[in-house]
Design a binder for this molecule. Structure first.
Ligand SMILES: Cc1cc2nc3c(=O)[nH]c(=O)nc-3n(C[C@H](O)[C@H](O)[C@H](O)COP(=O)(O)OP(=O)(O)OC[C@H]3O[C@@H](n4cnc5c(N)ncnc54)[C@H](O)[C@@H]3O)c2cc1C
Length: 395
């Protein structure tokens, strides 16, 4: 959606196809980091974004045996010293609304890409076939960009397979009403065997239990009351509100994947976002990296497309080169944390007792500067993108 907007804004005829009829999917990338806020600002969309329902988080805390301890502090980041928790569908609707201003932009909902079209002589990708409720849609294009997520159909159709970097955990997401007297922060509650995460979404908690990979079936086989009890032991203030959780159907599984394509492109075809690299949920960076990819891609491909040229392989390779370093570094940090902290803790016998962190780490975390490091790494990323693609004059 971001790339569609940027290309249309540059004056390029752009078609976005989306297989669903709406954007209403719960528990997606809702963590809008300062890097994305900056891009929205550069696009003149920040004041409209600010009107979307949201919570602003300036610190991330862990709840330890002795009380909460801040581990990431966004307050020193300029000009946006917070991360915003915004329903992804609201952000997508804002991008769709802005894109619709351009008469050469089209958004085809309920249109599922099923196949790539190839030029018969050169073999170059030259479009997609999509299935719609009204039959087949054939779209020919100078460039097809696969932004179809971690299960990318286009990636499969192109015979490309990401390298799996491994993840020791899966996540069970659910919602719990938030009472006015509940704590106000956004927390991780580390434990042995599993962890609880509580994102403050105003009148509810977006809650997650991080469990060992593949353990979801075992967890969901237990009576729901045992699950509720184990949450209450980790966060006693949720006791009354957890009765609202009535069925396992309200608990959604996210199978965590961390993977990366070695080559993000073929002639006529480019992959960005989760289709090129699925991220671990650590740091909530998935949506932000996808948006940075879109900005970098538009900065590089807008000029040839505007000149009526099909971006060649070296142009597509520039997009990959630009975004590979931040993707690799972020995934490296995520997989190191997974291996060193998360996997050992998940392998311990399940226990709801809160855990402690080493005294030295606790001492270090008293420093504002130390706490601003994770905020900087995840909030700003390793290579910040700025909108450089042109803005055309409206007719
Ligand atoms: C349950 C869950 C929770 C997450 N939580 C967070 C979080 O808190 N913070 C964070 O930053 N990230 C989170 N992520 C990751 C984040 O949502 C993704 O990294 C981000 O949305 C990637 O954007 P994308 O555009 O590359 O892919 P997606 O957001 O996956 O978008 C792909 C789109 O393509 C559509 N599509 C798929 N196949 C086709 C097809 N064949 N034809 C047409 N359309 C198709 C899909 O319907 C979808 O709308 C979460 C992901 C999941 C699954």
């Amino acid at each position: 959606m971001m790339l569609g907007l940027l290309l249309a804004r540059a004056g390029i005829k752009t078609a976005v196809i989306e297989k669903h009829g709406d954007f209403l999917r719960d528990f997606r990338g809702d963590t809008v980091h300062p890097s994305t806020l900056q891009i929205l600002d550069e696009l003149g969309l920040k004041s409209r974004f600010d009107q979307l329902p949201q919570q602003r988080v300036s610190q991330l805390e862990v709840m330890l045996a002795h009380g909460p301890c801040a581990v990431a502090d966004f307050r020193k980041l300029k000009p946006f010293p917070y991360l915003a928790l915004v329903p992804q569908w609201d952000l997508l609707a804002l991008l769709a609304q802005e894109s619709a201003r351009y008469p050469w932009y089209s958004l085809h909902m309920q249109s599922e890409a099923i196949r790539l079209l190839h030029d018969e002589t050169s073999g170059r990708v030259c479009g997609v076939h999509a299935q719609t409720p009204n039959g087949r849609l054939h779209i020919r294009a100078d460039l097809v960009v696969g932004c179809d997520g971690r299960q990318s159909v286009l990636r499969h159709a192109a015979g490309m397979h990401p390298q799996n970097l491994g993840a020791p955990m899966d996540v069970l997401w659910f919602k719990v009403p938030r009472a006015t007297w509940h704590p106000k922060g956004t927390y991780g509650v580390p434990g042995r065997g599993s962890f609880l995460v509580l994102l403050n979404r105003g009148n509810y908690w977006q809650a997650a239990i991080v469990i060992p990979k593949g353990a979801a079936e075992r967890w969901q086989a237990q009576p729901l009351q045992l699950f509720r009890d184990s949450i209450t032991r980790r966060a006693p203030f949720l006791n009354n509100e957890l009765v609202s959780l009535k069925s396992w159907d309200e608990v959604k599984l996210l199978e965590v994947r961390v993977d990366r394509l070695q080559h993000w492109h073929q002639p006529g075809l480019l992959f960005i976002g989760d289709a090129a690299h699925a991220m671990s949920p650590i740091g909530g960076v998935g949506i932000n990296l996808a948006i940075q990819d879109a900005v970098a891609a538009a900065n590089i491909i807008a000029a040839p497309l505007l000149a009526g040229l099909q971006p060649d392989e070296s142009t597509l390779a520039r997009v990959q080169r630009r975004r590979m370093m931040p993707t690799r570094l972020t995934q490296h940090i995520q997989t190191t944390l997974q291996r060193r902290l998360i996997a050992p803790a998940l392998q311990m016998n399940d226990s709801d007792r809160p855990i402690e962190i080493p005294a030295l780490l606790k001492l270090l975390l008293r420093s504002d500067t130390v706490r601003s490091i994770p905020a900087r790494i995840f909030g700003l990323g390793f290579r910040r993108e700025h909108v450089r693609s042109p803005e055309c004059k409206m007719p």
